[in-house]
Design a protein. Sequence first.
Length: 120
Amino acid sequence: MERLAELCVTLLIGTMLTRATFSVPALGTALLLILLIRPLSVYLSTIGMRLRPAQRRLTAWFGIRGIGSLYYLAYSLAHAPDMAHADLLLQITLCTVVVSIVLHGSTATPLMARYRRIRQ
C-alpha cells in the first residue's frame, strides 16, 4: 500500500512540473542540497556511530529523503501564506525531489551491488 501511495504522489509531482521548476536557481540549489549539503550533514551526524566507512558513505549519499519534503513545503506555506518567495520555494522543492529521484534511482542498484561485493 505504501508503494502505491508513493507512486500516486510521484505522479502528482509529475503533473506539477513546468519549465520554471528547472530554473537555474532551483536546479543549482537542488544540486547543492543533494550533492553537498545533505551528504555532509548526514555524514557528520553519523560520526561516533558504529558504521563502517562504506556504510557511512551510503547513508550520506542516500540519506533521508522523499515525500517528506512536500510535507515541509506545505507546512511552511500554510504557516507563512504571505511568503514573498513561495513560488521559488515550490520550484526548489519540486526540482530537488525530481533530481533526487533520478540521481538516487539511477545509482541505487550499482552502489548496493558494489557494497555487497565489498562486504563479501
